[in-house]
Design a protein around this ligand. Sequence first.
Ligand SMILES: Cc1cc2nc3c(=O)[nH]c(=O)nc-3n(C[C@H](O)[C@H](O)[C@H](O)COP(=O)(O)OP(=O)(O)OC[C@H]3O[C@@H](n4cnc5c(N)ncnc54)[C@H](O)[C@@H]3O)c2cc1C
Length: 376
Amino acid sequence: MKYDYLIVGAGLFGTVFAQQAALKGKKSLIIDKRSHIAGNIYTKESEGINVHVYGAHIFHTSDKKVWDYVNHFAEFNRYTNSPLARYKDELYNLPFNMNTFHGLWGVVTPDEARAKIAEQTAEARARIKDPEHPANLEEQALLLAGRDIYEKLVKGYTEKQWGKRAYELPAFIIKRLPFRFTYDNNYFNDKYQGIPIGGYTQMVENMLKGGIAASLIEVKTEVDFFADRQNLCAMADKLVYTGAVDEFFDRRLGALEWRSLRFETETLDIPDFQGNAVVNYNEYEVPYTRIIEHKHFEYGTQDKTIITREYPAAWKEGDEPYYPINDDKNNALYAKYKELADKEQGVIFGGRLGCYKYYDMHQVIAEALRVAFENL
Ligand SMILES: Cc1cc2nc3c(=O)[nH]c(=O)nc-3n(C[C@H](O)[C@H](O)[C@H](O)COP(=O)(O)OP(=O)(O)OC[C@H]3O[C@@H](n4cnc5c(N)ncnc54)[C@H](O)[C@@H]3O)c2cc1C
């Protein structure tokens, strides 16, 4: 059968594009090399709990159009992301706000908190050789936040994330540390936030199977584009490619670099492990960066609980690429691949892998809607 579009990748970008194409009467074949749809937002039900298989995913946006779009396919609960940070046996609220400052120093008013931060950053300025030009991430964070916040809440976590000590990391990684001088633990500043009731996979299924989409979108999993590239391309007039952009060009200019993650998931025979969906572990000595307790994303009351420890990992070819490393070297290499991509006739490159960009879900959706609008 001839399709209008072959879409490589059943993640959010590919799915939204296919859904929009269906509204225009266009037929799509979506392939994914994984055994499931939904890409990195895939959730899998276990013990009545929707497990976020590729890491915690909290939907947030201020874009009304995107919010209305997703609400068409799922009802969202009222989940508000308010993570905790654990440093040894101390617990602090995130993002940095009056609750955090109260926990650190016992201060009660915003003025007291500002004074304490000013005192600690002044100490750092006095000690650092060239405070106008911080030499590394450690100096930068000390200048922005002072010793206590740096040592307890920035240092170990960042070092684990990047696999390097803070004094070896470039200062630009942290441009600013947002402080909130209210007692507000809501991590995001966006207007809308929540988790789709029934899980993200169900939301994606509804996009693929709702209304006209059911007859115009076909999905095949466990199909790798590169295993049968020519035949697959021959099946459609145009290609939407959401895999890694360098792989599309056989990495002929070199490989783009990524950070990876490793997840360890465990079912526990207790109703509650940590009382919160997300707890960050800020000590360098604890090898994981956070523990997710999935049931708390949906106010679950099951007898059991499921937790996932998230370990940052170096990336090598064949590993799952999670975060692009958007430093000068990789951005320059991506720019060259982008030039090649722009010259490809009848191919749309999209999504986080296709654009070598860290996109949140709402950004991927906005991007897919824009691309669909311009191309369909
Ligand atoms: C740990 C983590 C936590 C996150 N948390 C949040 C959050 O809280 N909130 C938020 O808004 N966003 C979050 N995100 C971002 C979110 O995951 C992305 O915005 C979204 O999943 C991107 O969708 P996509 O379609 O671009 O990519 P993907 O979901 O990666 O889809 C691409 C698909 O293409 C397939 N593919 C690749 N190559 C081939 C090939 N050769 N052949 C066939 N198929 C192929 C892949 O298997 C994959 O399924 C998080 C990301 C990570 C890594």
